[in-house]
Design a protein around this ligand. Structure first.
Ligand code: TUI
Length: 307
């Protein structure tokens, strides 16, 4: 299936793996790229030296294009932005902020720039700033989220910009892929389904929590702090939401979430850890290889789109 995104990135299938903190390591990224999608290394809150190491490992594991996601709240964001340019990574996606100040440096290094946006305003700003495409990410996503749904955001962004749009948030199978195309997207980004991939290094407890999740099992913490984060419900979220309702201070709340994602992903603490996942968790039924996931999504989509 050819779109402007497959052409821009030199990939076989218009399927991009989300750049998830702690989860999207070189193992997952190279597996997705080798399967014909675009794998992405998630810098999350990691130091620049770790990101460089991950890039170098991925280069050894795949000849296909892959990307890096720069989470803009990372204290080492400036240094990581430079690593991405120095290593001439094929594509960078950004999250949780406005990457305008890095775009010209990346373009000069030949890096394709794809900011993740949660609003039409930021999409337009990014197009004017020289972005090659945008990911329009709806509130169904896991992790740090905006307020608009994928169903309403994607067509509004597609109407507002001429660069290609990638849909994200709530997409986990061929039906979601086909729907995204109908809304004006030219590729999809999936996170939650790839968390459960065989090649994903996340703890078995985390994968099991996603596989067991039902439609209503995600919750949003941090609405009051201005950093809304979608996670699967557990003891931590119940205590957090109670504290939030009681008007706890920012410091108290941040203390509860500090290191919580690492605890869940690496240590498998799905009781007090932060199990970030999207609303599509209820659609994810089994652990499969990245190649099987992409094949399933594309086969389902082809049937619906008649291609
Ligand atoms: O970035 C994400 N999702 C993430 S980042 C992350 S790591 C983290 N951990 C703890 C606390 C905070 C983050 C986990 N999940 N998705 C992309 C995304 N970006 N969604 C929404 C946005 C966004 C929101 C507001 C982008 C820009 C923005 O405002 C831009 C501005 O003008 O500042």
């Amino acid at each position: 299936m050819k779109t402007r995104i497959t052409e821009l990135l030199g990939i076989r299938y218009p399927v991009i793996q989300g750049g998830m903190a702690w989860v999207a390591t070189h193992e997952l990224a190279s597996a997705v790229s080798n399967a014909g999608g675009l794998g992405i290394i998630g810098a999350g809150g990691a130091p620049a030296a770790w990101v460089r190491e991950q890039i170098q490992k991925a280069k050894q594991e795949t000849n296909q294009p892959f990307g890096v996601n720069l989470m803009l709240m990372n204290p080492e964001a400036d240094a990581i932005a430079e690593v991405i340019a120095e290593e001439k990574v094929r594509v960078v996606t950004t999250g949780a902020g406005n990457p305008a100040k890095y775009i010209s440096m990346w373009k000069e290094a030949g890096v394709k720039v794809i900011p993740v946006v949660a609003s039409v305003a930021l999409a337009k700003l990014m197009e004017r700033g020289g972005a090659d495409a945008v990911v329009a990410e709806g509130t169904e996503s896991g992790g740090h989220i905006g307020a608009q749904t994928t169903m309403t955001l994607v067509p509004q962004v597609a109407d507002a910009v001429s660069i290609p749009v990638i849909a994200a948030g709530g997409i986990a199978d061929g039906r979601g892929f086909a729907a995204a195309m109908m809304l004006g997207a030219e590729a999809v980004q999936m996170g939650t389904r790839f968390v459960v991939a065989k090649e994903s290094i996340v703890h078995a407890n985390y994968k099991e929590k996603i596989l067991k999740a039902k439609d209503i099992d995600s919750e949003v913490t941090g609405r009051s702090t201005g950093h809304p984060i979608r996670v699967l419900r557990n003891k931590m979220t119940r205590e957090y939401l109670k504290k939030e309702e009681e008007g706890a201070t920012l410091e108290e709340l941040e203390q509860m979430t500090l290191g919580a994602l690492r605890r869940a992903v690496v240590e498998g603490d799905v009781v007090y850890g932060s199990v970030m996942a999207g609303q599509s968790a209820g659609l994810v039924k089994k652990e499969e290889t990245c190649a099987e996931i992409i094949e399933d999504v594309m086969q389902g989509a082809r049937k619906l789109l008649g291609e």
